[in-house]
Design a protein around this ligand. Structure first.
Ligand code: SF4
Ligand code: MSK
Length: 671
């Protein structure tokens, strides 16, 4: 039994994590799992009933009709708290996109070390969206123009950010009518902070209009630009074989775990780890070489492009160190726990911070700079290799699972139609006939307040039985990968008959790994292309699709959820609601809760809800998908109509005697 309030099985669904939590208790060290139990959430702040934005507070509004010292109502306070979270999330994603744009500019001008433009086709395609001339120009010339355009989107003061024009025409018109098209990425984030300063915007609905504008600056701005540039510089992902979980760490190699978000660093660490100079350096230190793996979204970035294994998702960052087998954990930005440094003090592991924006007391800081990227990456790896001799007894759980990641929207397009007729037509047709009931995007973090991976994988598996095709990103994708749901035909026997038939015919897993948190914009692109393909309405809100973040914890998740709602999607968050208010609240005090759901649905066709019960999440998802199917005039979903063809049927037939097989196949008897 765990030394906390919950058993190991109640803390995590992952057997490797359970092993490491036992080890943590044996060693007497804390983890986020145990700290979450020692630190129960504040039921006032957690429900969005606390304001601390000025020195007259903090004000806690726990009684009906109560206001803050300044007179702010619960609704205003909740709206302000919410938009501040959205602004922080949008800032994190978008600043990542800004750094990518500066790297692209530096690469285009030959000022970097180790980078190159790997996907010229994508560069040309993206440039064409914005009418940047491409004919007769070198990739560097085009990239320089694109980088300038993207950099200008951050400081733009008026007008519209340019990636907006990649949304369906009807959606763009709606955003213009509602006056929520972002003018510039930085401007919207700054305005969100200005509006929520003491004594500014105090109409909750008016505040939340700007939450939509700020979130759109992320989804159809900073994040979309980040994904474009990552693909241009490092290659657009396509399926390859990878592995996930702590069992990817190696006893006889120098283990380096990269953790965070920006691919500029991790891609260069990948390149450096394969450099003969580094391999020789590691061998001289007595290791077989350098074994690289990832945590969180950095893991997703290098997993889907180079097949570098993922050691785990958000809650695995401490567990990887607990193995005692990690020479260095190299971090950049976002989702990095401060606790890593103290935990690493119990082992030989070095925590190496690399971003000029992120330092942690006690960590080694080796600052990354794209102009000397390869040199810095080698220096980081040499620091890790030098630390190999200090490794004590290691304990690596032998748990790992194969997966096929790399389903970019470009690849899905190609996979459905081949080079000559790449198209979303087969997917649209499958939804229209009812073989595929609808699509669910299951994304987001882990949260130690719920059982790690359980909500993600339970909801995923139950929706698969209902013929819902699943796309995943972020830590949710790694949760499914660890369970073996992202492998060719693995687990297809648990998938509904119509979806199974599609997976077998096209040769895809039923759960598609689409990348990191910023890559949720790939899902926006897929939805747009499905609309443009025809047959599923003329805007995203008509597509039978739902977004879910069952184990969310970061402000980025709220920004993602909000831009998906603004794009027309129904978004369900699991866990706790930051706007729940008092449990017994009366109808006049749940304005924000209702506005994010019913209000946004009236305005944008999408809505946001917080639902703790996974079965209710599934029920509401299917209800929404069926409602959208009916509105499109599509046949009601009927699982009995499909599923008697494809590879599975051939396998069954192969077991029959020749004569019976012939009869079953061709309806003829005899020779
Ligand atoms: Fe209290 Fe108003 Fe200050 Fe918020 S802004 S802390 S509600 S006085
Ligand atoms: S890393 S934001 S825990 S998905 Fe993108 Fe994972 Fe959530 Fe961080």
């Amino acid at each position: 039994m765990a030394k906390g309030k919950r058993s190991y099985e109640e803390r995590t669904a992952d057997p490797a994590a359970q092993e490491m939590l036992i080890r943590a208790d044996e060693l007497g060290v804390s983890t986020a799992f145990s700290r979450a139990e020692d630190m129960p959430p504040c039921n006032i702040g957690g429900a969005g009933m606390c304001c601390k934005i000025c020195g007259m507070g903090p004000c806690r509004l726990t009684k009906d009709g109560q206001t803050g010292v300044c007179g702010a109502t619960i609704d205003t306070i909740q709206a302000r708290n919410f938009i501040r979270a959205v602004a922080a999330g949008a800032a994190a994603h978008s600043d990542h996109g800004r750094d990518m744009a500066f790297t692209l500019k530096a690469v285009a001008n030959g000022e970097t070390e180790g980078y190159m433009i790997r996907d010229v086709a994508k560069l040309r395609r993206v440039a064409q969206y914005y009418s940047i001339p491409i004919e007769g120009r070198s990739p560097n010339e085009i990239a320089n123009d694109l980088a300038d355009l993207y950099i200008s989107q951050y400081g733009q003061q008026t007008g519209e950010i340019v990636p907006i024009k990649r949304a369906p025409a009807k959606r763009q018109a709606l955003w213009r009518e509602k006056k929520v098209v972002p003018r510039g990425v930085d401007r919207e984030v700054v305005e969100a902070l200005h509006r929520t300063h003491i004594g500014d915007d105090q109409d909750p609905e008016h505040i939340l209009v700007h939450a939509i504008r700020t979130a759109l600056a992320d989804g159809w701005g900073g994040s979309m630009m980040a994904t474009d540039i990552s693909d241009i510089l490092f290659g657009t992902p396509a399926p390859l074989l990878g592995q996930a979980n702590l069992g990817v760490l190696k006893e006889d190699m120098v283990n380096v775990v990269v953790h965070g978000h920006e691919p500029t660093l991790s891609q260069m660490v990948v390149a450096a780890s394969q450099d003969p100079e580094i391999i020789e350096y590691a061998q001289k230190a007595g290791a077989k070489g350098v074994n690289l793996s990832g945590i969180c979204c950095t893991a997703n970035e290098i997993l889907m492009r180079q097949g570098i294994p993922a050691a785990g998702n958000f809650l695995h960052q401490e567990l990887a160190i607990l193995t005692g087998a990690v020479e260095a954990m190299v971090v950049d930005v976002q989702c990095i726990m401060q606790a890593l440094v103290e935990l690493a003090g119990n082992f030989h592991t070095k925590i190496i911070t690399t971003s000029p924006k992120v330092k942690i007391k006690g960590a080694v800081h080796i600052e990354f700079d794209e102009h000397h990227a390869l040199t810095v990456a080698k220096s980081i790896l040499k620091t890790a290799i030098d630390n190999y001799k200090n490794r004590g007894k290691a304990y690596i759980p032998q748990v790992r699972e194969d997966l096929i990641p790399g389903f970019s929207h470009e690849y899905i397009n190609y996979m459905l139609g081949g080079s000559y007729r790449a198209s979303f037509r087969p997917l649209n047709d499958a939804i229209m006939t009812g073989r595929v009931r609808g699509v669910a995007a299951i994304v987001g973090c882990n949260n130690p307040r719920s059982k790690q991976d359980y909500l993600h994988t339970y909801v995923t598996q139950e929706l698969l039985k209902q013929d819902v095709l699943i796309v995943e990103t972020g830590c949710g994708a790694i949760a499914s990968a660890k369970l073996g749901l992202m492998l060719g035909e693995a687990g297809l026997e648990k998938v509904g008959p119509g979806l199974r038939e599609i997976c077998e015919t096209v040769g895809i897993p039923p759960v598609l790994h689409m990348g990191s948190c910023v890559d949720n914009t790939r899902i926006l692109t897929v939805l747009t292309q499905m609309v443009e393909e025809g047959g599923l309405g003329d805007d995203i809100d008509q597509v039978p699709a739902v977004g879910l973040a069952p184990e969310w914890m970061s402000e980025k998740a709220l920004a993602i959820g909000t831009y998906c709602v603004a794009s027309g999607a129904y978004v369900i968050f699991g866990g706790s609601s930051p706007i729940s208010g008092m449990p017994d609240r009366v109808s006049d005090s749940d304005l924000v809760l209702r506005y994010l759901s019913e209000g946004w649905e009236r305005l944008y066709g999408g809505k946001m809800e917080f639902i703790a019960d996974p079965d209710e999440m599934i029920r509401k998802t299917l209800e929404h998908i069926d409602k959208k199917r009916a509105a499109l005039g599509l046949p009601a979903y009927d699982p009995m109509k499909f599923g008697r063809s494809g590879d599975a049927r051939m396998l069954e037939l192969e077991k029959l005697p020749a004569m019976e097989r012939r009869q079953a196949l061709y309806g003829v008897v005899g020779d």
